[in-house]
Design a protein around this ligand. Structure first.
Ligand code: TRP
Ligand code: ZN
Ligand code: CA
Length: 447
């Protein structure tokens, strides 16, 4: 499934704007919305279109992992034959697709453990985008949702990179971790044994642990803002509301990366917590029941998967790898524009407003809400310009400052994090000095 094409409304348009603004933030992954000067629309090439990951292929990997468990005492746990067989399966697929694979061994609880690292040749070696999932199960069962789901989805994403012969700006790396269920042993071992110079080259780490839960939620990790925004952009595009992951930040393999100062993010469809009535309302499924009632149990089999959640999350992973790995800056959130002219009467006249109706944006507006203003006026020193939030809160953008210049063609960044995003926003303009006049030409909000 792919994100839908943005809709165009009469004068007010909702446009998913990708890479229109030059990134200025210093972090390896530039935060969206920190830019105040719009660049020319033609300045940056668009990122290549992310593929629709075939969920049938992801399910075929899960069927193989289930067979491996069945043939090896019912699990794929650290130190057991089913784990090594899982590693061998994934490695063979990647080797055949042209990845450079490395098997890293470690010892835990007296048994040999394995991490599998796969590098896609090319890209900037100093800027690595890494995606990872733990491949081990608990002893109790085959671990198909936890975490065959993440493992199979990043495997199929890697194979899609190969099919596309993708040449991203960043270097792409994928990792399958051992012994997560014993306390993130494999991922800790990997991070702790990376030389400092190699750690600093990892611009972002994306973690996928449980993404096909049978009674699914759609949770996005609340860590690096750029990664988080990228996943949210995907979900806005397919019209599925998301929530912030709150089942415990330190509970998967992103934790050692985060501890090492690497920007992290990820997706999660829920484990042993109970789906609320409100969550069932927006996502479907059963309220009062766990997201995954077979969490860490023998029934975490290939029957323990919601295909739709697996499909959407697999597509979201490809969307993130394509966009975060591309040459272009990370796309900002969705933007909404009103291009209808509104006349600004000369002083003494009433304030005028131009409305923008925002919909489909989950939760609050960002701390970096971008407001692009285009006002044609013969003397902008006359004008007070405010942004009015849906609840009536007023944010002053200009207050009769800026002297003798004509026109206001300027981007403002507003901390609107206390405002609910959806609703009618207004640009309000008042002319406080006689003689010069003008009009609101257009304005735009970018979330
Ligand atoms: N890592 C846990 C496990 O494998 C699952 C889990 C629980 C989780 N809460 C989480 C994963 C939050 C990611 C985010 O048993
Ligand atoms: Zn897990
Ligand atoms: Ca106009």
């Amino acid at each position: 499934m792919s994100p839908s094409v943005p809709r165009r409304l009469a004068a007010v348009t909702a446009v998913a704007v990708a890479g229109l603004f030059a990134a200025t933030a210093p972090s390896a992954l530039a935060a969206p919305g920190t830019v105040t000067a719009p660049a020319a629309v033609s300045a940056v090439a668009a990122a290549p279109t992310p593929p629709d990951i075939p969920v049938a292929n992801v399910k075929a990997h899960l069927a193989q992992l289930q067979s491996i468990a069945t043939a090896n005492g019912g699990n794929r746990a650290h130190g057991k034959a089913g784990y090594k067989a899982s590693i061998d399966y994934v490695k063979a697929k990647l080797d055949a697709a042209g990845f450079t694979t490395t098997l890293q061994t470690f010892t835990s609880s007296g048994a040999t453990g394995y991490n599998l690292i796969a590098d896609w040749p090319g890209g900037d070696p100093n800027s690595v985008l890494m995606s990872g999932s733990h491949l081990d199960s608990v002893n109790a069962g085959p671990g198909i949702n936890d975490n065959g789901s993440g493992s199979a989805a990043i495997l199929e994403t890697a194979l899609a990179v190969s099919r596309a012969q993708l040449q991203p700006t960043k270097h792409l790396r994928f990792g399958w971790w051992g012994a997560e269920e014993l306390g993130m042993i494999g991922s800790k071992y990997y991070v702790n044994n990376l030389p400092a110079a190699e750690k600093s080259k990892i611009s972002g780490y994306l973690n996928f642990d449980m993404i096909g839960s049978p009674n699914p939620g759609y949770f996005v990790y609340d860590d690096d803002p750029t990664i988080e925004q990228t996943f949210k952009n995907f979900y806005v595009g397919v019209g599925i509301p998301t929530e912030i992951e709150t089942e415990g930040d330190g509970r998967s393999d992103h934790a050692p990366f985060k501890d090492a100062g690497i920007p992290v993010g990820g997706l999660f469809s829920g484990a042993d917590y109970t789906k609320t009535a409100a969550q069932a309302q927006k996502w479907g499924g059963t309220s009062g029941k766990a997201f995954d009632a077979c969490y860490h149990a023998s029934c975490d089999t290939s029957a323990n998967i919601d295909d739709t959640a697996l499909d959407r999350n697999s597509d979201a992973i490809a969307y993130a790898v394509w966009n975060l790995g591309a040459a272009t800056p990370v796309p900002p959130g969705p933007s909404f524009e009103n291009t209808a002219d509104v006349n600004i009467p000369d002083s003494p006249g009433a304030a005028v407003t131009s409305p923008i109706t925002v919909s489909g944006v989950t939760g609050n507006a960002p701390a970096t809400l971008k407001v692009d203003v285009n006002i044609v006026h013969t003397y902008v020193g006359d004008l007070v310009v405010d942004l009015v939030a849906p609840d009536g809160s007023v944010y002053n953008l200009r207050n009769r400052s800026g002297g003798s210049a004509d026109n206001i063609v300027q981007g403002f960044t507003v901390n609107a994090s206390s405002e609910v995003a959806n609703g009618v926003w207004k640009l309000q303009v008042k002319d406080l000095a006689a003689q010069d006049t003008g009009y609101i030409n257009s304005w735009k909000l970018t979330f």
